[in-house]
Write a protein that binds this ligand. Structure first.
Ligand SMILES: Nc1ncnc2c1ncn2[C@@H]1O[C@H](COP(=O)(O)OP(=O)(O)OP(=O)(O)O)[C@@H](O)[C@H]1O
Length: 839
């Protein structure tokens, strides 16, 4: 705990007022009234359980408490500070939130993710960030498997969750909000979490604990508040309630039985070949696994997380490579990819719903039907009527709470999304259903529904393989449970031997190891994925090309040619850096080229050696043009919400027109003294290259060593996650667009040395080549990544391709083809290298 936080905590320990106060909070999303006048108070030292069905409004309430959402009415007060709709204020007041789905920035390192989440006053100097992040992680657990230098998207869901937890805890928050924290944790980590939470509460913090796991809520909380349909149904002392009473409060009625009756249907299918036979299956994380699942059988797969269960299940669904023998319905099968899996009748429901379960751009109904779309298709054509009918049936059967079947899936609460994924998979009439954590984040009522439907699917003769970290659930639903340890099946429980206690016992006896390493990318891949890796590769390519051109024509490597390539490369490098800055924050800029054209045009009127007054005016106009273009680009996107492509296309057209209006044809002599300055060379090294190197070094330092540099990449990596962290995307866009315009103007000044006159079209060729150089240099078109050193090297390479082609005996057309080829190959290599590792 830092000194300031300790002081704050001890100073406030005596405070009797609520640390968190939500008063009369209402929030509607279109027609859905998510919260209606909810009031909740959590005093210092209290652990407050927040419970309710899926869609009851728990996460919305916490989003309002954390300032991430603005309520329609009501107040959110953290430690006496009004934080309504202001995530930065909430964080500064001492609030930390652990979300149901970790809001990490995948393109950034673990250390940067921790750094950006803590209030500014708590951040260490940038050079100490990695060591500081390591202490934050170590405070949770001594886990050498999470390296603070790793990219967040290389972590598995559990590791991501631990980073989310660690960064919240290292702030020693006055108010800690935990939204379903145990969904991603193994049992030992849940115990650790409880210990940490109790310690935190003992120092005077207020904790809100949201969970569907009734047992946990009973164990950890002092009081519970129940939300139903967005309304507070009352707050009670937890000690006064037993589990059944809590369930009754959540669903508004008593639950007769949590698990369905296990009908012994396998007898009915006696004599039929087994649905699945796996012999000696071996792959990454599992070895020599034998498993047979009969028709009508539900088989559970238990074990301490990380012992190969998930990989084994994924191999059966075609998501992971394996060797060994697999038979489906008695026939040998080779499921080498998910397409083969689906064709063979295997349906898979992944644990990582966000990455592999939902299709964010499709509606609720489309998501429900996507897995079973073949069932409503005739000769490849989908019947909209059947799709509507069956989709509505899935939503009804699983009581999915949605404003409309056509609403985007992202508008659903976490548990409702899971119901849609599960409902879709169960409805597809699979031969074999493979479920990884099927009830994750689902409320108690819907869990019972899902259990019943799993048994119903088995009753049709299908086989089910079910992974779950909840041993009670495995005992309640499965006919048989196998236990995996160190990648092997080591125990089997069935009939009267099958109980929660017996599974837990078998799991604990079988293994004490916990392998978290599985997702670390290979060394080769992590090396390839590094942002500055393009630099040596591009330098070598530039050198090889120069040697090839020299061999083909020994007049190529002259001082004049070298200087020309470096000079032109430098101009392109500065222009491409302008592009890279915008791309990194998730934008796009086509106005760089035309802005570059305007600079020589201005110069041709003012920088003509007519005296200091003219010179000052000329430079002022250049600066003014850059500021105007930068602010306009920013305003069009950030304020008027025009998509970057459209906004910058419009700006390109306007600026090109302005340049032509100012000077319809190239003309006007720029002062020779200025041209001499700009085109100065030191041997073969032109001044422009020195400028480009200084620019790249400064930008790279800013990118890697400043909070604003990291914030630009954070917004490019994920706008939503950055928003949740309190990073202002509007501010970041301002930095990027105004910075980009300033760099474009600088590139325009360097361009004066090439034009010598006011050429209104001089920058046109940079419109697209600036994008090509940025991309070849390793900047991701999707935002969040790249390095300015890479951009510099790529610019020199692209210019050299254009200069060297005639010396290689190739026609002018080849210049374009080679540039395009290099760009395409670079994009392919980067996207392969940056592909996130499979879970
Ligand atoms: N951005 C959004 N747009 C539209 N509707 C939304 C949005 N966010 C939440 N909702 C709706 O508000 C309601 C409350 O959702 P919320 O996520 O707060 O529920 P929850 O209690 O946290 O559920 P769960 O237990 O499933 O996580 C739901 O009906 C949900 O569909």
């Amino acid at each position: 705990m830092t000194e300031t936080t300790q002081q704050r905590v001890s100073a406030d320990r005596t405070t009797t007022t609520a640390r968190l106060r939500l008063e009369g909070v209402s929030k509607a999303f279109g027609a859905v009234q998510a919260l209606s006048e909810v009031t909740l108070e959590v005093p210092a030292g209290q652990i407050h359980g927040l419970i309710g069905e899926n869609g009851a409004g728990k996460s919305t309430l916490m989003a309002i408490a954390s300032g991430a959402l603005v309520p329609d009415a009501g107040q959110a007060v953290v430690d006496g500070h009004d934080v309504r709709g202001d995530a930065t204020a909430a964080r500064a007041a001492g609030l930390a939130i652990v979300r149901q789905h970790p809001a990490l920035l995948g393109e950034l390192t673990v250390a940067d993710n921790i750094l950006l989440a803590v209030p500014a006053g708590m951040r260490p100097p940038v050079k100490d960030v990695v060591a500081w992040a390591r202490t934050c992680l170590d405070a949770w657990d001594d886990r050498p498997d999470i390296d603070p230098r790793m990219r967040a998207d290389h972590l598995n869901p559990e590791q991501q969750f631990i980073v989310e937890l660690a960064r919240a805890l290292c702030q020693s928050p006055a108010v800690l909000l935990l939204d379903e924290p145990s969904e991603h944790l193994k049992a030992a980590d849940v115990e650790r979490l409880f210990r940490v939470v109790r310690e935190l509460a003992a120092t005077g913090s207020a904790v809100v604990y949201i969970s569907h796991r009734v047992k946990e809520v009973r164990e950890i909380s002092d009081r519970v508040t129940v939300l139903r349909n967005g309304v507070n149904r009352g707050t009670r002392e937890t000690a006064d309630l037993d589990e059944a009473q809590i369930i009754e409060l959540i669903i508004g009625r008593s639950l007769d039985a949590q698990y369905p009756v296990k009908e012994a249907v396998t007898e009915r299918f006696r004599g039929e070949p087994a649905v699945l036979e796996a012999y000696g299956l071996q792959g990454d994380g599992f070895r020599g696994a034998d498993l047979v699942i009969d028709s009508g059988e539900v088989v559970g797969l238990a074990g301490i997380d990380g012992n190969g269960q998930a990989q084994f299940a994924r191999a059966i669904a075609g998501l992971q490579k394996y060797t060994g023998q697999l038979k489906l319905g008695g026939y040998p099968a080779r499921i080498s990819n998910p397409v083969a899996g689906v064709k063979a009748g295997v349906a898979y429901v992944p644990a990582d719903r966000h990455r592999e379960g939902v299709f964010p751009d499709l509606s609720v109904r489309e998501n429900a039907m996507i897995r079973g779309i073949r069932s409503v298709a005739r000769f490849g054509f989908v019947s909209p009527r059947l799709e509507r009918r069956d989709g509505a049936e899935i939503l009804r059967r699983y009581s999915v709470k949605t404003a409309s079947p056509d609403a985007p899936i992202g508008s659903l609460s976490g548990g409702n999304q899971q119901k849609v994924v599960m409902g879709g998979a169960l409805a597809g009439s699979p031969r074999l259903l493979v479920l990884d954590q099927p009830t994750q984040g689902v409320d108690v009522g819907a869990k019972t529904e899902i259990y019943t439907h799993i048994r119903d699917v088995a009753a049709t003769g299908a086989g089910v393989l079910m992974l779950s970290s909840d041993n009670g659930e495995l005992a309640g639903v499965c006919d048989r449970v196998v236990v995996m340890s160190r990648g092997q099946i080591v125990a089997e429980l069935a009939g009267n031997d099958l109980s929660e206690a017996a599974i837990t016992n078998a799991v604990l006896r079988a293994s004490s190891t916990h392998d978290h390493r599985a997702v670390a990318p290979s060394r080769w891949k992590s090396l390839l994925g590094h942002d500055v890796v393009p630099v040596p590769v591009l330098l070598v390519l530039t050198l090889l090309l120069a040697i090839a051109a020299q061999i083909s024509d020994d007049t190529y490597l002259t001082t004049r040619n070298i200087s020309l390539v470096l000079g032109l490369g430098a101009i392109l490098a500065v222009a491409a850096s302008a592009q890279a800055l915008v791309l990194m924050q998730g934008g796009f800029d086509l106005s760089i080229g035309p802005l570059m054209s305007i600079v020589p045009v201005i110069a041709s009127y003012y920088l003509i050696g007519a005296g200091a007054g003219y010179d000052v005016q000329g430079w002022l106009f250049v600066v003014l043009a850059a500021v105007l273009v930068g602010v306009s680009n920013w305003g069009l996107g950030a304020l008027l919400k025009i998509p970057p492509m459209m906004a910058s296309f419009g700006m390109w057209t306007v600026l090109a027109a302005v340049a032509l209006i100012l000077r319809p044809q190239a003309g006007g002599l720029i002062a020779p003294s200025l041209l001499n300055q700009i085109t100065r060379s030191f041997g073969p090294i032109p001044l422009a290259l020195i400028v480009a190197v200084v620019v790249a070094a400064a930008l790279e330092l800013w990118r890697t060593h400043t909070v604003s540099g990291k914030a630009v990449q954070a917004v490019g990596s994920s706008r939503d996650a950055s928003h949740a962290m309190g990073i202002s995307a509007t501010r970041v866009a301002f930095i990027a667009y105004v910075g980009s315009a300033a760099l474009a103007a600088l590139a325009g000044v360097l361009l004066i040395g090439q034009t010598g006159t006011g050429d209104p079209t001089a920058g046109e060729s940079y419109v697209l080549t600036s994008v090509a150089a940025a991309v070849v240099g390793g900047v991701a078109l999707t935002g969040g990544r790249g390095s300015f050193w890479g951009v510099l090297c790529a610019a020199v390479l692209l210019v050299q391709i254009q200069t060297a082609t005639p010396y290689l005996g190739l026609s002018a057309g080849w210049q374009q083809i080679l540039v395009a080829l290099v760009t395409i190959v670079a994009v392919c290599i980067y996207s392969l290298a940056r592909r996130r590792p499979a879970r």
